[in-house]
Design a protein around this ligand. Structure first.
Ligand code: TRP
Ligand code: ZN
Length: 879
């Protein structure tokens, strides 16, 4: 370990700081050798705490050189303050004072990508969660909010663009070819929302008139070679601004809103006040460089960061235990925005898929935590699917409990009550309760208890009484530190279908869908006036983030697939049917039995393809078999080889059984109309490419020829990538030469485009046809960059997360590979290392041989000098 073992911090220990900061004035002198930061802070004593005497003032700070400290203009000699690796301790002499602190930092050597760092030719910052303390000594905690004024000084030729939060209030030419710009942000904010950018950047510009008639200038900045890829992000931004006014009544509050694209970024994007900084992969798109999925992700991320201006910035978090206050709420907001802009059901399916294949796994693993954790060692490890996605599901449940209008009343009250404050998840829930007169006391357990609840549902029909009853039992598995759980308040939306597939009334006033409020461990719900035994449609719209068991027959599922009025459940029934068929094959493989695919699945797929009235995007979603990851999630002891084999076999059987229909559908959907990232067109491409993917599973040339032809004639990246992906994935020999040729051509054409090459890398690394040797070779490719997070995700994570058969090879070579990478990356960028290591932490789910190998790998990592990030993940995984 670098220092002493990192220690956990606890929510129960929260205390306000002894001093507040009113104003923060920063001056950055950016130099090639080093950067000088001068900070002038105005403090005053926190009068709401009782003090016997003036308490000391510990300021956070790490990885920098302290040049000088002054209080109220007087330089303090070194024997009157203490400075160590993590803090600067001052002793104030009055209850209001001003500090002037000068620090020297080296952004060009900062590979952690937090604080101030360089990405290609520019300087940029990432301060959430605790990066500001790498820039200067400060009270780096979200409840300390102040007004920032920032002056940036740099060489004018190299860095003509100098940006920070708020409005530019002064520009000046200086000596030696330097220039200076001063920015002021009138809104109080915590340091994690601070941002600075300096570079030789171009921009596109637009404007938005807010609902009260104010004109806002919008700018998106990139390096010159990417300037033609910003239009989609700009359109998305304007849509998001309008939507937030219409749906939440929220107006933008500064005269300027800026987005900057950078290539080196640990996450997707960051909501710094007035100056959002984005991973280039979450902004840049042109039809020939980005897929439909990328276009949609950009729309969602631009909206997400914009929405933070209210849910996160105007009302922020009191401490980092409250992270889901802003993230869960904002993910819910961006999901609803995407649902309104595109297809609501498709968006729901995508989100539930993500939750079930990855968040459920997290919630059952060694790092499981409630959406409001009560302790952590390293906050960076808590930017998780649980905080974001499960957090959004919890907000969605509140939305459904109080209704659309009630939710708006609640959010209005929340923003009004807490504007300019740093608050807690309880404050959010209280606003919802107070605006609607509801009691969410029991519901609040969703914030404090980890783990995915399980619902076991059984039913009975009493012909004589004409009564149907549903009995629901809830339970929740133990998670670290929480052995037993109290019952949750779980809203279970249901409907009942009669023998003709018609919806039956389930409420006294004749509605065909209703929400059952499950609050006890076990409850029975009775429906009267049922003249036949109904088939239940359960957990409609995925009304709660739970696993639901009910003993559906395959006939029931096929019936629901075509008759359920709930679109989400039509898809879910199809998933359940596919899982049932696939898991039966997995058992057959394990028992060495003959493999036969139940024709009910193939027939159901055939009907989907034949029905032209269906939404094509939903048909594509239904034809997509559950991922290997989600299938793994269904097994007590994961058998990656059997899963892969079963899934391949089913794909081949479907392709063989429905070949003519697949070819037909493919040909009907082929078009040469110009590319548009609109829902209807996306749906057609998605179904067309799904058909192609099945056809390339067949060991004949039909599919391969289609894919080759599509690759050659494609006029957009969606079709190009789909064709290339099919050729890479096809397991039979006839596809190999075509795959090789296409890969070479693609790499030559796009060698200079970072984001495009990321797709080239990940489509290979994530494919079961790619062996570890090839993955290692990819990392020696000239377009690879061993320090760049997008490249690590495209190769290392793609291999370890999606290419399960090769990562889990029984030789242990995949584990060794990841171990070496984690150790190497931890020394550069701990946040990234702690994300990469994730697949190794699931060792308990595998067979004895793999368990042992994975534990060995974790123990090898433990022997090194570790960051707090990796220390926390490894020690919790081995506990
Ligand atoms: N607040 C950012 C978001 O929601 C998350 C984020 C971006 C972040 N970059 C980060 C979190 C770096 C931790 C570290 O989109
Ligand atoms: Zn966010």
């Amino acid at each position: 370990m670098k220092d002493a073992q990192p220690r956990a911090i606890y929510l129960k220990d929260y205390q306000q700081p002894d001093y507040w900061i009113d104003t923060t004035a920063l001056t950055f002198e950016l130099g090639e050798e080093s950067t000088l930061v001068t900070s002038t802070l105005n403090f005053h004593l926190n009068e709401s705490k009782t003090h016997d005497s003036l308490p000391p003032l510990p300021l956070h700070g790490t990885d920098m050189e302290l040049v000088s400290v002054a209080i109220d203009g007087e330089v303090i000699p070194a024997d009157q303050y203490q400075v160590d690796k993590h803090q600067l301790m001052l002793q104030p002499k009055s209850d209001a004072f001003e500090t002037t602190i000068v620090t020297r930092i080296k952004p060009q050597e900062n590979t952690s990508l937090e604080g101030l760092y360089r990405s290609s030719s520019m300087y940029c910052t990432q301060c959430e969660a605790e990066g500001f303390r790498k820039i200067t000594y400060y009270l780096d905690r979200p409840d300390v909010m102040s007004v920032f004024t920032t002056t940036v000084i740099a060489d004018k030729e190299k860095y003509p663009v100098l940006l920070s939060n708020g409005n530019a209030i002064k520009r000046q030419e200086l000596d030696n070819g330097r220039h200076m710009v001063t920015w002021n942000d009138p809104f109080k904010k915590p340091a994690y929302l601070f941002a600075l950018v300096a570079g030789n950047l171009e921009f596109i510009e637009d404007s938005f008139t807010t609902m009260s008639g104010r004109e806002v200038n919008l700018k998106i900045f990139t390096e010159a070679h990417n300037i033609t890829k910003c239009d989609h992000a700009m359109r998305s931004l304007k849509k998001a601004m309008k939507w937030d006014e219409e749906v939440y009544g929220r107006e933008y509050d500064l005269d300027m809103f800026m987005i900057v694209a950078v290539d080196d970024f640990n996450m997707g994007a960051m909501e710094n006040k007035g100056l959002n900084i984005f991973n280039s992969s979450a902004v840049l798109a042109r039809p020939d460089t980005a897929t439909d999925a990328a276009f949609q992700r950009i729309e969602a991320v631009v909206a997400h960061e914009y929405f933070h201006n209210w849910s996160g910035n105007r009302v922020t978090c009191r401490d980092w235990f409250q992270l889901s206050l802003k993230e869960g709420f904002t993910v819910f907001r961006d999901a609803e925005f995407s649902a309104d802009m595109n297809s609501r059901t498709v968006k729901r399916v995508e989100d539930v898929n993500l939750l079930r294949s990855h968040q459920f796994v997290e919630d059952a693993g060694p790092m499981a935590h409630p959406i409001r954790p009560d302790s952590f060692i390293e906050i960076n490890n808590f930017y998780t699917l649980t905080i974001y996605e499960k957090g959004a599901e919890v907000v969605r449940m509140i939305h459904n409990i109080v209704g659309k209008e009630g939710f708006r009343k609640g959010s209005d009250l929340y923003f009004e009550r807490h504007d300019g404050q740093a608050v807690t998840t309880e404050n959010f829930v209280s606003a919802m309760e107070d605006a609607n007169g509801v009691d969410l006391t029991q519901f609040q357990r969703w914030y404090n208890q980890a783990g995915t609840p399980v619902l076991d549902v059984s039913d009975a029909y009493d012909e004589e009484k004409q009564e149907y009853s549903l009995t629901i039992k809830q339970s929740c598995p133990a998670t670290p530190g929480q052995n037993t759980k109290l019952p949750f308040h779980i809203p279970v939306e249901i409907g009942l279908l009669d023998g003709e597939g018609e919806p039956m009334p389930v409420t006294p006033d004749g509605k065909t869908t209703t929400v059952l409020d499950l609050k006890d461990e076990e409850q029975t719900f009775v429906f009267a006036g049922m003249d036949e035994r109904p088939l239940p449609s359960l957990l409609r719209g995925f009304s709660a983030p739970v696993r639901l068991n009910y003993d559906y027959s395959r006939e029931d599922l096929v019936f629901l697939m075509s008759n359920d009025e709930d679109g989400f459940n039509r898809w879910d029934s199809c998933q359940r049917l596919a899982i049932d068929v696939l898991m039966e094959l997995v058992s057959a493989i394990q028992e060495g039995k003959e493999l036969v695919v139940d024709t009910s699945l193939i027939n159901a797929y055939g009907q989907l393809l034949a029905d032209e009235s269906l939404d094509k995007a939903m048909v594509a979603e239904m034809l997509n078999l559950p991922s290997e990851t989600y299938l793994a999630e269904q097994m007590d002891v994961i058998d990656v080889d059997a899963i892969h084999q079963a899934r391949e076999f089913v794909k081949q059987q479907i392709a063989a059984g429905l070949k003519d229909q697949l070819v037909d559908t493919y040909k009907k959907l082929r078009t040469d109309k110009p590319y548009q990232p609109e829902a209807a067109d996306i749906a057609e491409r998605s179904l067309k490419n799904t058909c192609m993917a099945y056809l390339t599973e067949l060991d004949d040339v039909v599919g391969v020829d289609l894919a080759k032809a599509q690759y050659e004639s494609a006029t957009n990246m969606t079709d190009t990538m789909a064709a290339m992906g099919c050729l890479i994935n096809a397991s039979h020999e006839s596809a190999a030469p075509a795959a090789k040729m296409v890969l070479a051509e693609f790499a030559e054409k796009w060698a200079d485009d970072n984001n495009v090459m990321d797709m080239w890398f990940s489509s290979q690394a994530g494919s079961a046809s790619t062996k570890l040797e090839t993955v290692k070779a990819l990392m020696e490719h000239p377009s690879y960059d061993k320090k760049n997070p997008n490249k690590m995700r495209a190769v290392v994570s793609a291999f370890c997360v999606r290419n399960l058969v090769n990562f889990h090879d029984l030789s242990g070579s995949g584990y060794e590979f990841l171990t070496d990478e984690v150790i190497r990356v931890d020394a550069l960028n701990p946040q990234m290392a702690a994300r990469l290591i994730n697949p190794l932490t699931r060792w308990k789910r595998y067979d004895e041989a793999r368990k042992e190998l994975m534990q060995k790998a974790l123990k090898r990592i433990q022997k090194h000098e570790l960051s707090a990030d990796i220390f926390e993940v490894v020690s919790k995984s081995l506990a």
